[in-house]
Design a binder for this molecule. Structure first.
Ligand SMILES: [Zn+2]
Length: 464
């Protein structure tokens, strides 16, 4: 096999758009804390021509000795180099509108994104990772690090461990792979890694371009600007695009994309804020395609009546729940599944059919059916008192009880997204959201989200 120093990108691939191959050297491994010390970019244009750009970057902090030894970039070398701020326009020009390609792309993308964030600019791009490409094309190969690729594909001769040398080796790898397995195979692999979305024809071509990488809620609108669908995402960009990515489209996605006229997104600082916002917007706007909507409407709770008799349990929809959350059990997704659950619990705990309202006695002290077959302790015919039956019913329901509000008043939940410089502050009171100082009505979704999140991250809530 001959050595390959030719770094042309195969033509079949160039039909997918422009590509910017990039490699960055840094002061460490953490994109949020560490800084960039060198950037090299090779932009491959549609006609196959290349533009190269590279620069050492003054990181504004000392480079740790072990990192200097690893990359060969010393404090002395970057002392007179430009800062990221100085090169920001050049970097943006090299990357803008192109697929961001790097070996272990999450690393380079994270650093570039954060360097832009530090100077209060945002940056997003479609990302192609050549580690993943190698894995897809050569699933049986041992190792997919750059050194492994260089050895396996005889890509020697590049200036290794400096940003430009590594960038050249990465471009060369794609070229060699195309020679090896065929341009169309590489193209198909790149397409599937990029999840290239097929944009609905009625949307503007740049409709998916500026979606941020953060969590949030997105809204699809149809004719007359009526909401079709509302969803939440941990990664808005990825999630929205997945609706239009050919390998993942569900029948619902296909219907949606035919009716879609406009997309809107609302960034949040985290998943919890996104879930809450989604629940609220779905209820407010009633989008046509949110199939869970009807189910949410039917959600409800059981309440044990105040009197100490065997009065049956009351079924309450979320809207009917007022101030008091004592002896409240649920949520159940709807009344009939709640009843099924209760019948099952009744058998399990030998509760009384009459007392639970499953049947009515035709005369005083007539034993219920369960009593007649020995599966009721006898709340119906004096076998146990109403108070005893109620205590056992309470025990059977205990794990579904709405707990006492664990704060003396309002509680605050702060969600932070450091990478995107966002912080959402949410206020709650007695299992209800508080908005503009007003406690909103009890809501089954809010309750469920709050209870689950408190169980997992109680420390994120604090007394207001
Ligand atoms: Zn009974």
């Amino acid at each position: 096999m001959t050595e390959r120093l030719d770094i042309a990108l195969p033509e079949a691939l160039r039909t997918l758009g422009e590509f910017a191959f990039i490699d960055v050297e840094t002061t460490g491994a953490k994109p949020l804390e560490d800084r960039v010390t060198e950037i090299a970019i090779i932009r491959v244009h549609g006609d196959g021509s290349l533009t190269r750009w590279q620069s050492l970057i003054n990181p504004g902090v000392a480079i740790p000795a072990e990192i200097q030894a690893l990359t060969g970039i010393t404090n002395a070398m970057v002392r007179d180099a430009p800062s990221f701020f100085d090169v920001r326009d050049a970097v943006r020009q090299m990357l803008e509108g192109a697929v961001f390609v790097a070996h272990n792309a999450r690393f380079d993308y994270g650093f570039i994104k954060n360097e832009f964030r530090r100077i209060a600019e945002s940056f997003t791009a479609d990302v192609l990772c050549t580690v993943r490409l190698s894995r897809k094309l050569y699933p049986d190969a041992d190792g997919h690090g750059l050194d492994a690729l260089i050895d396996r594909h005889k890509l020697h001769g590049f200036d290794r461990h400096r940003a430009m040398g590594d960038t050249e080796a990465t471009v060369a790898f794609v070229g060699v792979a195309a020679d090896d397995v065929g341009e169309d195979v590489v193209k198909a692999a790149v397409k599937s890694l990029l999840k290239t979305p097929s944009l609905p024809a009625q949307l503007p071509v740049d409709a998916l371009k500026n979606i941020p990488d953060c969590s949030g809620v997105y809204l699809f609108y149809g004719v007359n600007d009526l909401p079709l669908y509302i969803g939440k995402a941990k990664h808005l960009r990825e999630r929205i695009r997945a609706h239009f990515s050919s390998d993942h489209m569900t029948p619902n996605d296909i219907r949606l994309s035919q009716e879609l006229t406009r997309i809107e997104w609302l960034p949040t600082a985290g998943e919890f804020s996104a879930l809450l916002l989604e629940a609220q917007l779905v209820k407010e706007r009633m989008p046509l395609h949110n199939v869970n909507l009807r189910r949410r409407d039917k959600l409800g709770f059981y309440r044990l009546p105040d009197d100490e008799t065997n009065a049956p349990m009351q079924w309450l929809s979320a809207a009917e729940i007022g101030e008091s959350h004592a002896d409240l059990y649920g949520p159940f997704s709807d009344k009939s599944s709640a009843k099924k659950w209760l019948m099952f619990a009744a058998r399990e705990h030998q509760l009384c059919d009459h007392a639970l309202g499953f049947s009515k006695p035709r005369s005083d002290a007539e034993p219920c059916f369960a009593r007649q077959v020995g599966r009721c302790y006898g709340a119906c015919d004096g076998g146990e008192t109403a108070a005893q039956h109620r205590a056992r019913l309470r025990a059977a329901l205990a794990h579904l009880a709405v707990p006492a509000w664990p704060f003396s008043g309002e509680a605050v939940f702060e969600e932070r997204d450091v990478a995107n410089d966002r912080c959402d502050v949410l206020v709650f009171d007695r299992w209800c959201a508080v908005s503009g100082g007003v406690r909103l009505p009890f809501d089954g979704d809010v309750y469920r989200l709050l209870k689950r999140t408190m169980g997992k991250t109680a420390n994120k809530f604090r007394e207001a």
